[in-house]
Design a binder for this molecule. Sequence first.
Ligand SMILES: Nc1ncnc2c1ncn2[C@@H]1O[C@H](COP(=O)(O)OP(=O)(O)OP(=O)(O)O)[C@@H](O)[C@H]1O
Length: 342
Amino acid sequence: MTDDVAIEIRDLAVTFGVDRGESNVVRNVDLDVYREETLGIVGESGSGKSMVALSLLDAVPEPGTVSGEVTYYPEDGDPISVLDLDPEELRRFRWEQVAMVFQGAMTSFNPVMSIRDHFRETLQDHGYDVPAGMERGKEILEQLYLDPDRVLDSHPHELSGGMQQRTLIALSLLLEPEVLLLDEPTAALDLLMQRSIIDLLRGIRETFDLTLVFITHDLPLLTKIADRMAVMYAFDFVEITETDQLLYHSAHPYTRALLSTTPDLTTPPDEIRTIEGNKPDPVEYISGCSYHPRCPMAEEKCHSIEPELMTVETEHEASCHYHAEVPETVPIRNNPRGVADE
Ligand SMILES: Nc1ncnc2c1ncn2[C@@H]1O[C@H](COP(=O)(O)OP(=O)(O)OP(=O)(O)O)[C@@H](O)[C@H]1O
């Protein structure tokens, strides 16, 4: 992994006007994605993970509004200010520089088109040489342990869930993007297939020199692939560091609660815990630290002063006023690697 930056996010905010007022679903987020790393974004359902990913492609659905800066630094060429691209520039950017794979491949495919037509159309739409591109597509399918001709001749519904998801990953790599965003790409799959997709992603990352941003609420799964992790809570990142550092030395009470409530295969059902307290509401403004209503360490200061991300040590940031005391005060209750221990 190198530490030059592929994507720089500054002061990113996403809001929706809703009946109850303004829903702030991403709040002033700063984050760097390093070239050729796998960055895992983890957090409870509804914490804003998908909205951050969609913002990287300026693809937040209407009527959401996005503000702030997202700068993409291609390996060759000038930086690109993503939120300033016009529709045509954005269309090209989305597949050729940064591609995205969502949960549930079926909704990404057109059910009446063969897979070959999906590949061909993608190449044509972007002005690529179709025969050369199809050859490349076949090689990628092979890399993903798929039989290229069989898959290309199929319609989406003729493929199993795992095959569809791998086919979608292949399609997303067709135009040689440098960055691949994966939003819960294995959520609908069984454990074995999840594991094999993770192995395949590790392989293609090496082969294609990719930068991966992997979003999930499945923390044990993420530990198998992420170099670094960014933890989201209440629509902002509360801790960012290397995976092992996060698992064994996390300095934010929320991260430690998340680790403690993450079941692994050996956790008996009656011992599965949840984090106490209510999930944050994007319409409600919480003064001070957004985690203070649920935090066992909250002091007066936490009610009134919002903590910025602070340096815990090199390459480790946490937004907690008391980050130095957190490891001793908030225990992690189970094996943080969960099922990932090998
Ligand atoms: N179209 C919309 N209008 C208003 N609010 C929305 C819209 N889409 C999403 N939200 C809200 O934005 C917040 C963040 O959603 P987001 O999908 O980013 O969460 P997430 O962390 O990815 O969750 P999950 O793991 O369940 O996908 C949620 O509170 C959600 O209800």
